[in-house]
Design a protein around this ligand. Structure first.
Ligand code: HEM
Length: 467
């Protein structure tokens, strides 16, 4: 691109050019659907959490037994909330960075409906006791066919927009989104093929899939979104474009083998586990690269963090990406893993990644996107602040309870002189702490949902009124 074309690209005003219009309806519908899954999924999370210290509560209904409630929770938040919210953000950002209206919005719309129906049916199937029986892959493969078709239609709309883009250059968010749209279908297809993987190989494939959902699907969605919004809200470019290259290729190179650290101590060839531990530690490289880029950009413009609620969510989420990744790399070391494995510590880590990083970035993205997409202001800005503090405080309680409780649980499990029944009693106060934190987070989600639907029903205000 010559210098003139680069300048023209920078001067391009996506809002004046009406780039959002073609995809606005599908983006809004996906956003609304994702929030419904967030609320229902969180309620099942709260039920599962209470069941661990109040096992007699709701004991007469199969659907609210721990095994089913936990599984519905996980599938709804992973495939209903994070994936659908992420795709809605992708379908909003990609046309903007490519200066091209969304292609085939109807396809994306039908795809979104199929995906949502698939996840909902998956939840009903799990509630009724019909499941494929593998963690993160519980939705029966027959229903997965509906999800695959829905995902294909949505991805096609995004990829087609990329292929018909009006700019030569692909901004860093585009690399992450497009890579995620290639990686996730491959993972989903290979992992869901019925009868292909058996025994130890099945367990290996299971954790290869489950961890890659986080690293090669949810992480690109979260990091790509933060890469778009941080400079957008601040109004300045990211700290270093070359460092973002290192972050992206480091993720592409190292992440795919990370998941087998879940099988440390299991009947898996030692070299497979060792390879995974090495890859897990190598992840420090891309994570530090992303951290330098995103955190330095915000730290140099801290005024924006104070002024913008959306940036507050996005940056806290980006900070939690650094924290979750550092913690994950250390947790993969055999010495640490021998204590934390099979304890609640791991669940704390999972929420640091899936909740404090990805979900919080997505909350910020919705707060920024909605006024731009609808031309309406958020009706009650104080509710955004309330949601923020419920998220931060609720999560802090949740995470500390499980991290401290899980660590002591691990130490006691390694001590042959401590009876197992004593360990289950010692952990109860920490589990109660998790229920308190989780209930606060869920309250925040309900407030967020009500505010979202109130904005949809509000009258147009004429100006975006960015928060
Ligand atoms: C968007 C919000 C949330 C996301 C993305 C999320 C994500 C996850 C993930 C990935 C797991 C699997 C953890 C593992 O196997 O290590 C999980 C399990 C769980 N989550 Fe959440 N979660 C969210 C909100 C909540 C809330 C609000 C609660 C309420 C207390 C909660 C309670 C639980 C429980 C009890 C489990 C099962 C843990 C176990 O097996 O011991 N989650 N969640």
């Amino acid at each position: 691109m010559n210098a003139e074309a680069v300048q023209a690209a920078h001067r391009f005003d996506v809002e004046r050019a009406g780039i959002d219009a073609a995809g606005s309806r599908v983006v809004l519908v996906l956003a609304a659907v994702s929030i419904l899954f967030l609320i229902v999924g969180s309620v099942f999370g709260v039920i599962a959490s209470f069941k661990l210290h109040m096992p007699d509560w709701l004991a007469d209904y199969a659907v609210t037994t721990f095994g089913r409630a936990r599984t519905i929770h996980l599938n709804f938040v992973a495939y209903g909330w994070l994936s659908v919210a992420g795709i809605s953000i992708v379908l909003w950002i990609l046309p903007r960075i490519f200066h091209t209206p969304l292609r085939h919005p109807i396809m994306a719309y039908i795809g979104g409906v199929l995906w949502a129906v698939g996840v909902a049916c998956g939840g009903v199937a799990i509630g009724a006791g019909w499941s494929d029986g593998l963690e993160w892959l519980e939705i029966p493969w027959q229903i997965d066919l509906v999800l695959a078709l829905g995902g294909l239609l949505m991805a096609w709309s995004a990829v087609s927009t990329a292929l018909h883009r009006n700019v030569h250059h692909i901004y860093v968010s585009g690399w992450y989104f497009l890579a995620g749209l290639v990686w996730f279908p491959m993972l989903f297809f290979i992992a869901n093929l019925p009868g292909l993987h058996l025994g130890v190989q099945q367990a290996t494939m299971n954790w290869w899939f489950a961890h890659n959902v986080l690293g090669l699907w949810l992480t690109p969605l979260g990091v790509g979104t933060a890469y778009y919004l941080i400079p957008k809200i601040i109004g300045k470019p990211v700290f270093s474009y070359s460092v973002s290259l290192l972050g992206f290729w480091g993720l592409a190179l190292f992440y795919s083998q990370v998941g087998i650290h879940h099988l440390i101590g299991g009947p898996v060839p030692t070299w497979v586990v060792t390879l995974s531990v090495v890859h897990s530690v190598m992840m420090f490289i891309p994570v530090i690269a992303v951290a330098i880029n995103q955190h330095v950009t915000v730290a140099q413009n801290i005024w924006a963090f104070k002024q913008s609620m959306a940036l507050r969510f996005v940056w806290i989420g980006a900070l939690m990406y650094t924290a979750a990744s550092f913690q994950g790399s250390l947790e993969a070391l055999r010495s640490v893993n021998s204590v934390t494995h099979f304890t609640h510590y791991t669940v704390g880590h999972a929420h640091l990644g899936a909740y404090a990083f990805v979900s919080v970035v997505l909350f910020g993205a919705f707060y920024y996107m909605m006024p731009h997409l609808t031309g309406k202001r958020w009706p009650w800005p104080r509710l955004i602040s309330l949601h923020f503090w419920l998220t931060v405080t609720g999560f802090a309680i949740y995470f500390l309870a499980l991290t401290v409780g899980g660590f002591f649980q691990g130490i006691e499990l390694l001590d042959p002189d401590v009876a197992f029944s004593d360990i289950t009693r010692h952990i109860v106060p920490y589990l109660e702490g998790r229920s308190l934190g989780g209930t606060m987070m869920t309250l925040g989600h309900i407030i967020f949902g009500m505010h979202f639907f109130a904005l949809l029903l509000a009258k147009r205000s004429g100006s975006a009124g960015t928060v």
